[in-house]
Ligand binder design. Structure first.
Ligand code: TYD
Ligand code: MG
Length: 458
């Protein structure tokens, strides 16, 4: 049997036979470690491989059941997870320091302990017992069933988990823990990988859900090896904008649900409060109409949100006009500007254009094309758009306005929020209760951008 020495990148798992300073796959420096690997062919034994047969018809051979879930009772958290924590699965949650990761998980742990009247363990390698206990008391989740273990020694924590039957446990954080028998400081790629693997193993063994908190790097990625995100079942991101007290929770990966749901919380004096009625959250409701501002109802998963597109146009002093975008992809913004220029005859060449979506939202929903175009035209012509109007449509390169998904739901939400009119595609098929325009005074159907902008001049 021939032994081959290979080198594996501790960041991304890339393997090579020659050790290099920089990993060609992920670009990290000094991350290669030697791994001894047996020659693959020499392991294949025809006598033993014969007995392993693949499952022929998976739907018949396996009893397909929905996974067993535990609801944390924190509605927004459960919804982003796809309906609660799945038994035996591991969730990794990342976010900026101080955003509220520990608070969210302590609240969830307390809520499970109380609602299900079962023991829950909160392991903290970051804070002392008195600190965690004080916070638990401040947010009002102290209960007999909430157990705390504050230490950085993972082996001890694993022993506790093994000896008791907890319903759920939290590890705060994967970077702070020290896995025995492994070289390196807590937080080094090797340690993080070992900690994560042991947590995954115990969670599967005991068939209980686990949540690990992870720190993030300056560029917003979870600190540690990239492999970490592949190892766990669900990766969540907890974020917030500037000084706002609102926090957003999203799934970046979810083996047990979709990744489209957006959870919104408000950080209050006593913990995080789920925001249930969120559609009007990002709407400033300016009374005076300003040129370059257009509203839409965008969908984030199943949640409709009123979104405000703001565009500022200034005469350029440069040979090439500047285009700056926040909250929308820059290429999409440039494309829409070109469509306005070419199809509606509103020249944009001699103006710098800045687009911003109020409230720090990032809009990927194509229904944002029409409000973006309306705002660009309004800014360039310096004419405000009619008040109380929302714009819903995808815009093609020919300047045509196309239908958007779930229009009825969006229009109903627009009416509920107090919009008077909506500009939509003429090809939109409206179902059901459209006799009263879903509660709107005016429903304006347009074929293309030129028609939509005629409405602007009224
Ligand atoms: P924390 O959960 O410790 O953040 P992370 O674990 O992501 O680093 O949250 C810390 C911040 O939250 C801190 O600045 C204070 C604030 N906070 C409140 O405003 N209200 C509260 O009830 C709690 C517990 C924290
Ligand atoms: Mg913390």
């Amino acid at each position: 049997m021939k032994n081959i020495i290979k080198y594996s990148c501790s960041e991304c798992g890339y393997t090579t036979t020659t050790k290099t300073g920089k990993c060609p796959a992920c670009g990290s420096w000094g991350s290669f470690e030697a791994v001894q690997e047996n020659n693959f062919n020499s392991n294949l034994n025809p006598n033993t491989t014969k007995n392993f047969n693949p499952v022929k018809n998976i739907s018949r051979a396996i009893d397909v059941k929905a996974p067993e879930r535990i609801c944390t009772g924190i509605s927004e958290f459960d919804r982003v997870l796809g309906g609660g924590l799945v038994s035996g699965s591991v969730v990794l949650i990342g976010g900026q320091p101080g955003i509220g990761k520990s608070t969210l998980l302590l609240q969830s742990a307390g809520s499970v302990a109380k609602n299900l009247n079962s023991p829950v363990l909160y392991i903290s390698g970051e804070e002392a017992q008195s600190q965690v206990a004080m916070r638990a008391s401040r947010i009002g989740i102290l209960s007999e069933n909430l157990f705390l273990y504050c230490d950085q020694n993972l082996e001890n924590a694993l022993n506790i988990l093994n000896e008791h039957d907890f319903k759920f446990f939290v590890l705060d954080s994967v970077q702070a823990m020290n896995a025995d028998n492994n070289s390196g400081w807590p937080g080094s790629p090797n340690q993080i990988r070992a900690v994560a693997q042991k947590i995954i193993d115990i969670s599967r063994l005991k068939n209980i859900p686990a949540v690990m908190i992870g720190h993030i790097t300056k560029d917003g990625k979870i600190a540690g090896p990239m492999l970490l995100e592949h190892m766990v079942d669900t990766v969540l991101n907890f974020s917030g904008e500037g000084y706002s007290s609102y926090r957003m929770l999203r799934a970046l990966k979810n083996r047990y649900g979709n990744t489209e749901e957006l959870g919104i919380f408000e950080m209050s004096e006593n913990g995080l409060k789920p925001v249930i009625d969120k559609s009007g959250l990002y709407w400033n409701k300016n009374d005076s109409a300003v040129p370059g501002v257009a509203m839409t109802i965008a969908l984030e998963g199943n949640t409709p949100l009123a979104v405000e597109f703001q565009i500022l146009a200034t005469r350029t002093i440069f040979p090439y006009p500047r285009r700056t975008a926040r909250g929308i992809e820059i290429n999409r913004f440039q494309l829409l500007t070109a469509v306005i220029d070419r199809r509606c005859g509103i020249p944009a060449n001699n103006h710098d254009l800045y687009i911003n979506i109020a409230g720090g939202l990032n809009v990927q929903d194509p229904s944002g094309d029409l409000p973006a175009c309306a705002a660009i035209a309004s800014a360039l012509k310096n004419i405000p758009l009619p008040a109380g109007t929302c714009w819903l449509g995808e815009v093609g390169l020919a300047g045509e306005v196309r239908p958007v998904t779930r229009i009825s739901m969006r229009l109903r939400e627009a009416a509920r929020l107090g919009f008077k009119s909506a500009v939509i595609s003429s090809r939109e098929k409206l179902s059901g209760d459209n006799k009263n325009n879903f509660g709107l005074e005016n429903l304006i159907r347009v074929k293309n951008l030129s028609e939509a902008l005629k409405f602007m001049n009224n």
